[in-house]
Write a protein of this length. Sequence first.
Length: 165
Amino acid sequence: MLTGSSSEAVDMAANFTRSITMLCWLAFWSFTCTCDATYIPPPHSTMNPGFPVPMNTNNPGVRKAARFGVYQYNNSSNDLFLFKEWQINKAMVQIVRGLKYMLHVEIGRTVCEKRGHSNLDNCHFQRNKDLQQEEHHILWKYQEASMSNYYIPVFSTKACLIHYY
């Protein structure tokens, strides 16, 4: 014999139905998420995780990484003038926990002094032979993680090597 009202019996039946439905969905979700055999990589994919691949030097991400490296160089140099990227010779990108750019960039001294300018787009290269400085070849790695950016700069004496992890 049932004790209690009929509304309690209806509630118990509804809870039982919801529980069974939830278990079925969890079992289905678990099966689809753990089955690696059904994964098919997208066709014509040019980027593989873990392997550096060449990138077009005009790619916006490459340009952004180059400009970031130049800003880092300017912040760490004792020169009175700002430097700016002259040419990006080679660019590679690697998918890690973000994107890691490996760039070979030539930079040159501009006419803009460090005190007043922050926008390198408005700075022209030095034409005065006494103030021109030979371009530095820079190689750096820049990682853009999903939540934040991590950079660890390392400089050498002649060809500036800047590594960003």
